[in-house]
Design a protein around this ligand. Sequence first.
Ligand code: 5GP
Ligand code: MN
Length: 329
Amino acid sequence: MRAIKLMPVVEALKRGKHFAIIAHIAPDGDTIGSCLALANFLMDHGKTVELYCHDAPPESLAFLQGIRNFVRPGESGGSQAHSAYYDAVVCLDCSDEGRLGDAAFLLKRTSCTINIDHHATNTLYAGINVVEPGVSSTAELVFDLIQEMDGDYFSLPVYEAIYTGIATDTGGFGFSNTTPAAHRIAAQVIEYGLDVDRLTRLLFRNTTLARVRLLAKVLDSLEMHCDDKVAFLMVSKVMLEEAGLDENNTEGIVNYGIDIVGVECAALFKEVEKDKTKVSLRTKGAVDASALAVKFGGGGHARAAGCLINAGIEEAKGQVLEALKGMLE
Ligand code: 5GP
Ligand code: MN
């Protein structure tokens, strides 16, 4: 079934020669892993690829082959050279055009736009949309795509990128989106020679002293609400400055809230500008994180979602608490 849905993508990529591939803003392991897997695969098949992301990829993924090829659209005041035309522009793990950030204009540089994603909130903004909310990760769809295009293909860097996407989006094969297919792909990738211990250390066990110091401060901000069913954690600009870190260093902290027994919804409120708060949501039980995020113009999955609220942290907390009313068991 999925093979049929991927057919128009297979045809477009086989036919074309020059592509742009776009990762989402505030990129994670799935969007970066998916983009690098597809880009390296296409280049191994004689195609040329330009890789775009609104934000710099996280340093923690520096080990992935080709990661330095990501270009920020319009970098250096718009003087960056972008191709005038692409045979196709492929967006990976991007649920809506807003998630493309400044790379969105690239959609106009082609007559073939492709959107491959696993977010149920995807707005189907491209000419070809392959959106499968039932899969663990976009990387899983890219794996299927590569299999469809060339079943004999083998490249360890490409499969490391695929594994990175699946492993990060499933929280190391532990979240509710962990499917038998995710494990099957992992098994195949390990058979190809992937070093699980090395990858696990690079992806999950490589924190820094500065991050641990920040974590201590964020945990100290813990607030419980609604009979201890709701846990809020806060990250201010001052906390980040004191730790000497930028805002891309809070990945995973919200899990300390949702891991508390009895908590049904955890939120991490991060001050990005004076009146702009990024909210990371995690849920279990009755609360649908994606439905909550959508109320604030965001999106994501049932158990993990996010949104940007145009208010300071205190006001954003009040708004999320209000929206949560009636959603708890
Ligand atoms: P995180 O909390 O780790 O940043 O994101 C969790 C999930 O929610 C990811 O799948 C991410 O793509 C999605 N997400 C986070 N923030 C936003 C947002 O502002 N808009 C949308 N549409 N999805 C988001
Ligand atoms: Mn994803």
